[in-house]
Design a protein around this ligand. Structure first.
Ligand code: UDP
Length: 495
């Protein structure tokens, strides 16, 4: 018999979840939160990774160990060389050209045998359930062989998940040749229309067709879906998604709320590229709600021209800001431009972070009053939890849908007005947002006008709702418990 972390008796065998995240920051990070969350609620977790990714997860590993949580990191050797990838290329953010994406996906699929072998050894505590990133379609075979349920995690919110489902079920993108052709999403509960290029799935990666089909097939076969969202945020879309999927959709988010202190927040995803204490000191010295935080996630590669335009817009706004820049070695001209007067001109009100920022730690600091985001779902939900009004600046994938949710449904953000898509791996030289647009958006959001006040009020309200959903007896809290109970029962029935 085991107890669920002191909260009561759950079952005679502890539910054992196997988490298989895609190796990309935006996919792995929420799954580290998921691992922590499941373990805090009394489950046992095996977290599948590779040696190269495990080094980024060192902070997470220490953190769960210190907290005494039943989370085990399982390292499987990643067959980079066998699939024509450079040695050590074990994460999507390390892929140097789009031509290697399929190689990467095939190398992932080759983890099937070693993972199967590992899971077969897990006696007498066999896994109860696999929670797999949708991109790891091959985990479907493992779940069937072991006779255990497989739940899918896409990392999307309910709104975007529903659009993605409708698009794929109706093959809506297939016969449309023009990138700018408007597509109305049929059967969506509210009116929604976007050009093809701004919809997920519009990016054509050589050789990905077959793999994409397998991903969708396996998703349709899976036993349920996990969403990093909460019922009260997007009820209509979550319910519609559950109806069309005809399977249980478990909303257990916002999972980032499992972090309660700045130490664990700072360890999220990777080692920060700056001293966190110094960052906190700087933030402590700023007025409440005065600083705007600008960050475009882990993959979006903003071009040098666009970065300069953004920097000049921030300068012209005269507001304090933290700007995360990932151009690094890829665009040395950005560094030259920063050093050539820009940094000097803004030095009293700006902090530039080159590389990895402790994003949640920053967002949740009282000095931050607004967030310029690329609308990756993790960043968006982290912003929602922080009660942040946002300036939306989507680049690619489902980010344009998340923008619609934030701006049109939640009404907690305003669009900066990007002209087009900055496709991952195929960045154009074109400037999508002018310095004037940046200045106007920042001044509006951080200003005292009525519209900004309303955005701030609504944003605060959603942050409260998020905490209620995640907190004891909230909708997400109850869902985590039910999920563990349900999977625990299956373990007992099998055992
Ligand atoms: N992130 C971070 N520091 C950075 C960049 C990103 O902590 O410098 C985290 C961010 O908090 C979020 C994740 O990385 O949890 C990025 O996921 P998201 O879905 O927002 O965007 P993606 O990187 O997948 O485009």
């Amino acid at each position: 018999m085991t107890f669920d972390g002191g909260n009561g008796l759950i079952s005679s065998a502890r539910a054992h979840f196997v988490l298989v995240p895609m190796m990309a920051q935006g996919h792995t990070i929420p799954m580290t939160d998921m691992a922590r969350l499941l373990a805090e609620h009394g489950a046992q977790v095996s977290f599948i990774t590779t040696p190269g990714n495990a080094s980024r997860l060192a902070g997470f590993a220490t953190d769960v160990e210190t907290a005494g949580l039943a989370v085990r990191l399982v390292e499987l050797r990643f067959p980079s060389a066998e699939f024509g990838l450079p040695d050590g290329c074990e994460n999507i953010d390390m892929i140097q050209s789009m031509g290697l994406f399929v190689n990467f996906m095939e190398a992932c699929a080759a983890l099937r045998e070693p993972l199967m072998a590992h899971l077969r050894e897990q006696q007498p505590s066999p896994p109860s359930c696999i929670i797999s990133d949708m991109m790891h379609w091959w985990t479907g075979d493992i779940a069937r062989e072991l006779h255990i349920p497989r739940l899918t995690f896409t990392g999307f919110c309910g709104f975007s998940s529903l659009v993605r489902h409708i698009l794929s079920q109706n093959n809506l993108l297939e016969n449309i040749t023009h990138e700018n052709e408007l597509i109305t999403i049929p059967g969506f509960p509210t009116q929604l229309e976007l050009p093809k290029a701004k919809l997920p799935g519009s990016l054509t990666i050589p050789g990905m067709d077959k793999i994409g089909k397998k991903m969708i097939e396996e998703e349709l076969k899976c036993d349920g879906e996990i969403l990093n969202s909460f019922q009260e945020l997007e009820t209509l879309y979550i319910e519609s998604f559950e109806q069309v999927r005809r399977k249980k959709v478990w909303t257990i988010g916002p999972m980032c709320l499992c972090h309660r202190d700045s130490n664990t927040m700072a360890l999220r995803g990777n080692n920060s590229s700056m001293d966190e204490a110094q960052c906190l000191r700087w933030l402590d010295s700023m007025k409440t709600g005065s600083v705007i935080f600008v960050s475009f996630g882990s993959l979006a590669a903003t071009t040098p021209q666009q970065l300069v335009e953004l920097g000049l817009g921030l300068e012209a706004s005269k507001k304090p800001f933290i700007w995360v820049i990932k151009a690094g070695a890829k665009f040395p001209e950005v560094e030259e431009w920063l050093a050539d007067g820009f940094q000097e001109r803004v030095k009293n009100r700006c902090m530039i972070i080159r590389g990895w920022a402790p994003q949640v730690m920053i967002l949740w600091h009282q000095a931050i009053g607004g967030f310029v985001t690329h609308c990756g779902w993790n960043s968006t939900i982290e912003g929602i939890c922080a009660g942040m009004p946002m300036i939306t600046w989507p680049h690619f994938a489902e980010q344009f849908l998340n923008e619609k949710l934030v701006v049109d449904v939640l009404k907690t953000g305003l669009e900066v007005g990007v002209k087009g898509v900055t496709q991952w791996g195929n960045e154009q030289q074109e400037v999508m947002v002018t310095r004037n647009a940046v200045e106007t958006a920042v001044c509006t959001l951080m200003g005292e006008g009525e519209a900004a006040e309303e955005l701030r009020m609504r944003a605060k309200d959603y942050a409260i709702k998020a905490r209620r959903a995640f907190g004891e007896e909230g909708s997400s809290y109850n869902n985590v418990r039910l999920l563990i109970q349900e999977m625990g029962k299956k373990t007992n029935a099998c055992g």
